[in-house]
Design a protein. Structure first.
Length: 147
């Protein structure tokens, strides 16, 4: 667990730019590169840092059709259905939650036809009772929470 101020500062800097070197982290924090490396290694070992990712512009990659799909699942088969949905490369997020539906997906498609095929496919899954699809018009904010 992030146990001190240096850990939190390192995590904050890595959230802004995961490509920062130990030397760059050290310079920004006024510590040695070895100290920065030791903190990062410990945070990775403890599972606080799970990986490093590039933030992609999906529209420029041809996946400018983001959607939210709510799914109602029958007969206590939620985890089974969620695992199956999570394997689809269009799906970027799978959430299970309380409320009128059981799971919410966030997915990206190249076009309406790809979305149509996907929704019809998941509606044919055993135990999927119904879906509700919402087209995302604009993403106003997409970020990590502050530390």
């Amino acid at each position: 667990m992030a146990s001190d101020g240096i850990d939190r500062k390192i995590l904050g800097l890595l959230l802004q730019d995961a490509r920062l070197s130990y030397r760059q982290l050290a310079k920004k924090l006024g510590i040695s590169a070895a100290t920065a490396a030791a903190h990062v290694a410990r945070l990775e070992k403890e599972g606080v840092i799970e990986g490093y990712f590039a933030k992609l512009n999906y529209e420029k990659l041809g996946f400018g059709f983001p959607v939210i799909i709510e799914v109602k699942v029958a007969h206590g088969k939620l985890f089974e259905v969620e695992r199956k949905l999570a394997k689809d490369p269009h799906v970027t997020v799978v959430l299970d939650h309380t409320g009128g539906t059981d799971a919410t997906l966030i997915a990206r498609f190249r076009d309406r036809d790809g979305l149509d095929r996907f929704v019809k496919r998941i509606q044919s899954y055993t135990f999927v009772e119904r879906t509700e699809t919402k087209l995302i018009l604009n993403i106003i904010k997409e970020s990590q929470p502050p530390l």
